[in-house]
Design a protein around this ligand. Sequence first.
Ligand SMILES: [Zn+2]
Length: 88
Amino acid sequence: MKPPVCVICSRRFSPQEEGGVVNFAKRKGDIEWEKKDIVEHPPYADWFCGRHFSYAENLSGLTINKAMEKIIERFASDYKQFEDADSY
Ligand SMILES: [Zn+2]
């Protein structure tokens, strides 16, 4: 698994206290991925901090690409690309 860094705001958080992993609906490629039985972060799941978790979880019936579009649209002002995470 990746470290708990929110995929929306790039904030590192403690999953014991807030937020968590949201598992989205699996795409075709994700089902293929599962068959490989690799122990790493699933491509259809991501971390969300307490601020963004419940909205993301409500969209977990969608695939991750569809859901992320909506989540990023909803939280456009919070959204930070991972490339910027080093400056935190
Ligand atoms: Zn967040």
